[in-house]
Ligand binder design. Sequence first.
Ligand SMILES: Nc1ncnc2c1ncn2[C@@H]1O[C@H](COP(=O)(O)OP(=O)(O)O)[C@@H](O)[C@H]1O
Ligand SMILES: [Mg+2]
Length: 355
Amino acid sequence: MLRLQNVSKQFDGKPALSALSLEIRDGEFVVLVGPSGCGKSTLLRLLAGLDEVSGGEIWLREENITTMTPRERNFAMIFQNYALFPHLSVRDNITFGMKIRKEDKASWQPRLAQVAQMLQLDDLLDRKPAKLSGGQRQRVAMARAIVRNPRLFLMDEPLSNLDARLRTEVRDSIMALHQQLKTSTVYVTHDQTEAMSMADRIVVLNGGHVQQVGRPEHLYARPANLFVAGFIGSPAMNLLRLPCAEGQVRVGELTYPLPPAWATQREVWFGLRPEHITDSPGPQALTLPATVIQRELMGADYLLHVSTPTGALRYTRRHRGAIPEKGDTLTLGFSPADIHLFHAETQHNLLHKES
Ligand SMILES: Nc1ncnc2c1ncn2[C@@H]1O[C@H](COP(=O)(O)OP(=O)(O)O)[C@@H](O)[C@H]1O
Ligand SMILES: [Mg+2]
């Protein structure tokens, strides 16, 4: 539906986005995730038409929209700072744009009722913003955006000003809304947990470059490179730079074969997710001796920090039975299938070579 071809953006000669190509399908919820400063808002502003591209093209279906004004595009943008008019009621805030454009009331009146109901604002239509919670205000901002019936939603960190409980509430509203409207959405966040829970597909961005595009499950199971491996998943994947010899990587006393093409590597990045390590290994597991340095309660799980002959690792353990304590020695195990390996220099995944 929406196609970006080699889109780039420079600010005063400095690249903020480099040759970005991406397709967004009809009805898809795409989440753009990456650390602060990686170019997420820049990309969203280019899509909205608020800034001009430095290079490349943006296509909507068969139409080249690269130089269209925001109004011609008819996309709705929802920001983290939802500026509502304090002196206007919720109803007038939602319908403000349509009144300004002198749209026929009969055309939007039914939409207002529908949108207010969808976002559970029907009982609040006569209130002023000052009498609303943060979550309610953000829902008014969303109502104002969707009542226009946009072709695409662009959302820039819409939850980041809300406290944890409201964040869940508004997130659920956004997902319910998407279920009903099926309007294609590009949603920006720096929070990978949010990305994992909301996205049909995730685009991981770092330093203005796309790192990987895929379904959340795919990014979790097969990160394309070291950056995605460390960024997606919580707690983060253990990543150790380990020596190799004769086509094998050494993990403590263990050796693990490298793919034949990488037999000459002298070092690799070894990755293992905390949830793929156990302290009660079965007979098939690879094992490592370990000493507990610290333990952290994280709700249903404990996170244990341990030292091993190979380096420091963290693993999660269900909050059940006797939990190892600081100073305890134990044997950790993991399955060879859960190992990730990344090239020491290019940082590409050595086991799963794909985008
Ligand atoms: N209007 C601007 N003028 C100059 N530099 C900018 C401007 N907007 C963004 N940048 C720079 O572009 C990069 C990407 O910024 P941004 O897209 O806002 O990142 P994000 O939203 O991922 O945190 C940053 O280095 C930022 O400083
Ligand atoms: Mg931003």
